[in-house]
Design a protein around this ligand. Sequence first.
Ligand SMILES: Cc1cc2nc3c(=O)[nH]c(=O)nc-3n(C[C@H](O)[C@H](O)[C@H](O)COP(=O)(O)OP(=O)(O)OC[C@H]3O[C@@H](n4cnc5c(N)ncnc54)[C@H](O)[C@@H]3O)c2cc1C
Length: 193
Amino acid sequence: MSTVHVVGGGPAGLSAALFTEKNGLETTVYDSDETWMHKAHLFNYPGIGSVDGSGLLETMRNQVDHLGVDRRQGAHVERIEGTDDGFTIETDDGQETADYVVLATGANRDLAEALGCDFDGDIVDVDVTMETSIDGVYATGAMVRAEEWQAVISAGDGAAAALNILSGERGEHYHDFDVPADAEAVFGSMAEE
Ligand SMILES: Cc1cc2nc3c(=O)[nH]c(=O)nc-3n(C[C@H](O)[C@H](O)[C@H](O)COP(=O)(O)OP(=O)(O)OC[C@H]3O[C@@H](n4cnc5c(N)ncnc54)[C@H](O)[C@@H]3O)c2cc1C
């Protein structure tokens, strides 16, 4: 099974992790917990009228935990290096290896710079797939945007990166589609008796 290591546990990183773990890729999230979400109250996250930023983050964390993501809360990634067959990720707690890296570090772009990702001015250069100039490295959320700093946009970026990874793994465009029958299989019939 391929491994995806996500650096950053804000909306971008947790969204990427949700999609990759849900679809069978072993996923780890490192997060030093300095997300802007702790300062925000959102009236503009579609589908949710009004929510405290930390509260929404807690829901997102619970969702990935439930799916089985290995979430390393409090872990800080110091360095990432490319190897012949993937990447090594060095944290304050040791070293791990991964097949893919998703950077979701908010306004901090140091790891992308140290890895040698191309920049467009101050921001990491990606297209709509969120792939950087380095194979297997993705950048998502606030780090790839000069101004569009909205939680829902970051979450969309994370999902786009994950779907690109999944498409590469499966060798065809991957659609993470579920239908009512899938929900019934998980939750049982919603019909009232
Ligand atoms: C005062 C304020 C109010 C806001 N209000 C709104 C609002 O109403 N609506 C809205 O949509 N948006 C709002 N935002 C913006 C919103 O919070 C951001 O758009 C969103 O948090 C960006 O998500 P992200 O995942 O890209 O980055 P972040 O949420 O910033 O997450 C990045 C995470 O990466 C972690 N990290 C960074 N480097 C490392 C490392 N080396 N190792 C491990 N972890 C690392 C950080 O600690 C952080 O937890 C507001 C922001 C602020 C400051």
